[in-house]
Design a protein around this ligand. Structure first.
Ligand code: ME8
Length: 666
């Protein structure tokens, strides 16, 4: 039996009939999140993924490509392996069913069942679906179409070998009833129980005559047959433990803790695999979790529709972490989801760029500006009620998240983590450290704000790690902490009370760039390396002018009417964060708030020679709010800052009295 501290997680092994897509990435990332979480918590994890290389689908794909099936598999396998690296998948092993040891283990099991007379030969006539590689009975087939994939079926009559699956029906029903976690989610469990309790479970044809399919593992007791691809594939979950670990490890890891699968292959796992294990006298996995199905922009994903989402592209364009985040933030695990790039862009901008990215950048900027770059020890409470709420939320989070992982509630976990981010944002806005910093008497309160935000970020990095490993590493590095996520993280990191002070921070680039929408609805990440556009006069904001030399200024500015002036919408705005635009001396990227409940804007302003970004945070400035957005060095600017000066900026325009951000200026 599996050691108490072990955690064994698997993904389906994917057919190598084509390149990997978002569906494959989804299951594999889900497994990776779990593997990373449990490793971090000190469990001995074995995470297995791999490829299903036999069977009709692969044989046909190879024939279509005009190459030998093995050569076809060898050609496609690296595409999966490279993608998993690209997406930071931390699998411990990668199985291919054409591995020689796997083949001989499958044959050993076939032999065992044959000698126990659990496999027998019989005549069979039925409707065969080549795509699904299975027979259907007369009553299943409607209009000569496969009830599963709606493709035409063929009437086939042949000798075959059968596994006595039917005799395990009652035992399987009892097992499912006695183990509420065996098939999940609940709705899927009910589905399986529903058909098991209302239909007679037949025996399973586990052979294919070589005359029809040659690409498979030969039956050890009849050279004219290969085994059915599912009998071969399902065995991977145990065969890997025999030869892909440095030591024999069945006793350490079997039964699997979780088999993650898509809902399409629940029956093969819950029924075929479970009964095979019963016949082989092996314990059943703890959980088979069937997740939902992704469609794309409301449609089924298919090559012919040309809407197959390539995870490589997503990672290139948005970053692996943002893609990983989106998949689990968007849809409750277990339910179907619809993928749209625009939803992903919105999500990345709001939760990642404005959410965690902004919280880190503003906190570090304030620590640099108000505390000399070192996280100060907490002083006296700044806002006792909110601080108590943050403490209570943060203290409860690790347990809440742990429960979430046990329930595979990926989305709920992310929501819980983002609650803390929201609280911290509210706290900083209300405590207004930039105001506290004006009066030395407020230093102890200011220190508390900086310390509280830093401790929250420390906890957030650990909690986010399983989903976004690279982000977590950047976060801790910038906070000046030295977590080694490849080892179990000490309990202290989860503990809100663990002191954090006198750490020198190391502010780096923002975690997530905002993503801009292209007019046609296509999206792209802003490219800060685009050559600078020529700017004229005071480069406080982008002009929508084409990048041609500006015409010579007229001797005296033309007069404008009041109506013309009224077209310009001037407003006060509060600077939430500010950072330098890489490779530019002049440009600063500001995030400004136009008041509670109102939008936030990003403005790129040419004031970097005059101002350090930190000095601007919390300042109320004046902006042109209805200027057409434009790009400066590839970064979108949604407005313009007013400043005095000519070719050189002399000072920012501001308001004498304290006014709320978003107030009209005229
Ligand atoms: O079934 N949405 O391999 P396969 C969500 N070789 N998940 C999806 C998806 C989608 N649109 N499309 C695919 C096989 N998946 C067998 C498995 S296991 C012993 C043998 C994911 O390449 C999901 O996990 O058809 C689904 O179960 C799996 O890919 C099917 O992969």
């Amino acid at each position: 039996m599996r050691h108490q501290n072990s955690f064994y997680i698997t993904t389906p092994i994917y057919y190598v009939n084509d390149v990997p897509h978002i569906g494959h990435a989804y299951t594999t990332i889900a497994a990776d999140v779990l593997a990373r979480y449990w490793r971090l918590s000190g469990r001995d994890v074995f995470f297995l993924t791999g490829l299903d290389e036999h069977g009709q689908k692969v044989q046909q794909a190879a024939a279509k490509a005009g190459i030998d099936p093995q050569a076809h598999c060898d050609k496609l396998a690296p595409q999966f392996q490279t993608l998993w690296k690209r997406l930071n998948i931390s699998n411990d092993a990668f199985i291919r069913t054409t591995d020689a040891p796997h083949k001989s283990i499958v044959q050993r099991y076939l032999e065992e069942l044959h000698s126990k007379q659990l496999i027998y030969k019989d005549d069979y006539t039925g409707w065969y679906c080549t795509f699904d590689e299975r027979f259907w009975t007369e009553k299943d087939v409607v209009d000569s179409l496969c009830p599963d994939c709606r493709r035409p079926v063929e009437r086939i009559s042949e000798h075959n070998y059968f596994f006595k699956m039917g005799q395990y029906q009652d035992r399987l029903i009892d097992h499912i009833r006695e183990h509420p976690n065996f098939i999940r989610p609940e709705s899927r469990r009910n589905e399986v129980l529903g058909f098991l309790t209302t239909q007679k479970l037949g025996d399973l044809s586990i052979s294919r005559p070589k005359s029809r399919l040659s690409w498979g593992i030969e039956l050890p007791f009849d050279k004219d047959y290969v085994t059915y691809v599912w009998f071969d594939a399902l065995v991977n979950y145990v065969s890997a433990l025999e030869y892909l670990r440095p030591t024999p490890s069945r006793e350490q890891y079997w039964p699997a803790s979780v088999h993650l699968v898509g809902k399409d292959i629940l029956t093969t796992h819950a029924v075929y695999w479970s009964t095979m294990l019963m016949a082989l006298n092996l314990p059943l996995p703890d959980t088979i979790f069937a997740h939902g199905w992704w469609t794309v922009d409301g449609e089924k994903m298919s090559k012919s529709r040309g809407n197959v989402v390539d995870p490589n592209k997503m990672a290139d364009e948005f970053g692996a972490d943002a893609f990983r985040y989106f998949l689990f933030r968007e849809v409750p695990f277990g339910q179907d989801g619809d993928f749209s790039q625009s939803a992903m862009v919105t999500n990345i901008n709001s939760d990642l760029a404005n959410g965690i990215g902004n919280l880190l950048s503003r906190t570090l900027t304030m620590i640099e500006r108000f505390a000399g770059g070192t996280i100060p020890a907490a002083g006296t409470p700044a806002l006792p009620e909110l601080e108590a709420l943050i403490a209570a939320t943060a203290t409860g989070l690790p347990e809440r998240i742990d429960q979430g992982y046990r329930a595979l509630a990926f989305r709920e976990n992310l929501q819980a983590i983002w609650e803390l981010i929201g609280l911290c944002d509210e706290y900083i806005d209300k405590a207004a450290p930039w105001q506290l910093a004006k009066n030395p008497e407020n230093r102890p309160r200011l220190n508390t704000v900086l310390n509280t935000a830093s401790r929250a970020l420390r906890l957030l990095s650990v909690l986010m790690y399983p989903y976004m490993p690279q982000t977590a590493a950047h976060l801790t590095r910038q906070l000046g902490l030295s977590f080694d996520f490849s080892k179990p993280v000490p309990q202290a990191a989860y503990n809100w009370e663990t002191p954090l002070a006198e750490t020198k921070i190391c502010k780096g680039p923002g975690l997530f760039p905002r993503i801009e929408s292209k007019p046609q609805g296509a999206k792209t990440v802003s490219d800060a390396t685009t050559p600078p556009q020529p700017t004229t006069a005071i480069p406080t904001a982008p002009t929508a002018a084409p990048p041609t030399p500006a015409p010579a200024a007229p001797a005296a500015p033309a007069q404008i009417t009041i109506d013309e002036f009224m077209k310009i919408q001037l407003k006060t705005a509060k600077v939430i964060s500010a950072e330098r635009v890489p490779k530019s001396e002049k440009l600063l990227k500001l995030q400004v708030s136009l008041g509670e409940g109102a939008e936030q804007r990003q403005i790129v302003a040419g004031i970097g020679k005059k101002y350090e970004p930190e000095a601007l945070i919390g300042k109320t400035i004046i902006i042109v709010a209805n200027l057409k957005p434009a790009k400066l060095m590839g970064i979108e600017s949604q407005g313009m800052v007013l400043a005095a000066g000519d070719s050189e900026v002399r000072g920012l325009a501001t308001i004498l009295e304290e006014v709320d951000p978003g107030t009209k200026v005229k």
